[in-house]
Structure formats: C-alpha cells, structure tokens
Design a protein around this ligand. Sequence first.
Ligand SMILES: *[C@@H]1O[C@H](CO)[C@@H](O)[C@H](O)[C@H]1NC(C)=O
Ligand SMILES: *[C@@H]1O[C@H](CO)[C@@H](O)[C@H](O)[C@H]1NC(C)=O
Ligand SMILES: *[C@@H]1O[C@H](CO)[C@@H](O)[C@H](O)[C@H]1NC(C)=O
Length: 307
Amino acid sequence: MAMKRLSFSLFLLPFLLLAFVYSLFFPGDFSILPSLAARCSNSVAATPANATGPAVDLRVLLGVVTRAEMYERRALLRLAYALQPAPARAVVDVRFFVCSLAREEDAVLVSLEIIAHGDVVVLNCTENMDDGKTHSYFSSLPALFADAPYDYVGKIDDDSYYRLASLADTLRDKPRRDLYHGFPAPCHADPRSQFMSGMGYIVSWDVAAWVAATEALRGDVKGPEDEVFGRWLRRGGKGRNRYGEETRMYDYLDGGMREGVNCFRHALVADTVVVHKLKDRLKWARTLKFFNATQGLKPSKLYHVDL
Ligand SMILES: *[C@@H]1O[C@H](CO)[C@@H](O)[C@H](O)[C@H]1NC(C)=O
Ligand SMILES: *[C@@H]1O[C@H](CO)[C@@H](O)[C@H](O)[C@H]1NC(C)=O
Ligand SMILES: *[C@@H]1O[C@H](CO)[C@@H](O)[C@H](O)[C@H]1NC(C)=O
C-alpha cells in the first residue's frame, strides 16, 4: 500500500515540476497583456473569475476609441465604471484605444496611466487620419487578444456611458456569432440601409476577425465611420443577427437643454444600456447621480457635500 502511494507520487513528480516551471514563466494567466487583465479588475469594470461566485458565461471587450489628450475624460470614465456594480456572470472589460503617441508629453503621461491603470492600448495608427482608425481598431483585436478572445467586442464613443449589467443582460441570450448590436440609425430608415450609431456598437468576435482578414475594407472608408462600418457588414453579408436597443440607447437630455425629445434623445431612464453625448462635466455629474453612483459616499466630519 505504502509502496503503491510512493510510486504514485513519483509518477506525479514530473508533472508537478512542469507545472511549477510553467508558473515561473507564465505567472499571469493565458491572456496577453497579463498586467492589464490583472490590474484592471479593480480600476476598470471587470468581474474577476471567482471559484465560489457564479460562473462567467459572457466576456465582452468595450473599446473606448479616443485620443491621447483626452486625459480628463479617461479619468471620469475610469471613475464611472469602477463605481458601477459589477455585472453578474459576465466580464466586461473597458479599455481605451489611442493611436500612436506622437507628442513628448503624451508618450510620458500615457505611459504613467498604463503603469497605474493598465487599461490603455496604443494602436499603430496616426491620429488626424480621419479614416482607417475603425479598421485599425477592429483588425488589431484578433491578434492582440488571440490567447483570450472575447465573445463580443464593442467600439464605443468617449462621451458614452454604458450600464454594464444591462448590456450583459441584453447580450447573454443573443447569438455568439454574426451579431451586430446597437442603436439603428437613422431612426425611421429602411432597416436594410440602417447602421448602428457610433455612440456604441457591438459585434461578435467572428465579425472582428472577418474585418481583420478583409484587407479590402481598409480602402473603403469614405463617410462617417459608423455608417462605413455598417456598409462593410452589409456588403460582406456579415452581422446578420441584428439587435437594436432603441429606447435603452439614447442621447442625453435634461430640462436645461434647448433640444427636445426625439427618436434618439430622451431623459435618463433606469433600464439604460447606454447614454450618449455626455459632453461636459455637468452632464456626467447628473448622469452618475441618477444612476446612484453617489450613494457610496459615507458620512464623515472630513467633508460636507450637498448632493
Ligand atoms: C467570490 O464571490 C462570492 C459571491 O459572489 C463572494 O462572497 C466572495 O467574496 C468572492 N471571493 C473572492 C475571492 O473574490
Ligand atoms: C504595432 O506594430 C508593432 C510592430 O509591427 C507590433 O509589434 C505591435 O504589436 C503593434 N501594436 C498593435 C497594438 O497592434
Ligand atoms: C437609485 O436608488 C433609489 C433609492 O434606493 C432607487 O429608488 C432608484 O431606483 C435607484 N435608481 C436607479 C437608476 O437605479
């Protein structure tokens, strides 16, 4: 009996050694950008895998496509997403995508952000080039995240605020292939000519892979980028599982604005998937307050804030 146990342990030894050596060389996990994945679970919305919690069955990458100099916006977005309740059973990673850092100050300051937050991806593109960034974005993803592909990937504006749990709930029972999700625009147009508005659209990973593999798209970039993306999918016969969230995706509106309600703009609602056109601090503040982000403020003698 003792002999048997001993030989069994000896049999296991090489495997244990191998696992040990492997863990030395690959201390993160299987994803590239390991520091990114590890750091961001706290700083930017994400649900870490948790052996005792409910199993994750949905992984979404939300890429905020922005410019290096948008420091304050990134700070606001980090705060906004860090204070959101984490979606159940889903990982939604919010990452910032910028083009190559051309200015001395951006190279330094964005590097510091990467060290502190690990949530910025620098694409090989040139800012000011008003075409081709969308193609650079989607086509870089399959290689960048080859080791840990997501189910879905979104391209979202930096003046958009997603409710990550609502988004995860709307995506959970949708097809994981050939999907195109967003706000169909223009509102009342023929669905065959609609495209998902640039406030934020989401496609399944296979669609991003198709964009990456289709070099011809790089030359077809005339027009507004969201419209161009819709045209790519239409011509390529991709993204046929289309889902619009018309009333849950909208432009911000409050009583102080001159604009009125229309098909893409209305007051904040509780079951929001995304609010768009958050162009200034006051709009962000009112939106975050509406979604109860300020409820976490604990009473203290150190401050007095009239909310
Ligand atoms: C795992 O999730 C459960 C409930 O979802 C939570 O109570 C627990 O603290 C989590 N554990 C870790 C290690 O995150
Ligand atoms: C940019 O290009 C370099 C060199 O070709 C490559 O190593 C790197 O992975 C690329 N970065 C992205 C984000 O695609
Ligand atoms: C904010 O909290 C209040 C009080 O708990 C609740 O009634 C309201 O529904 C919450 N708002 C949202 C948008 O979840």
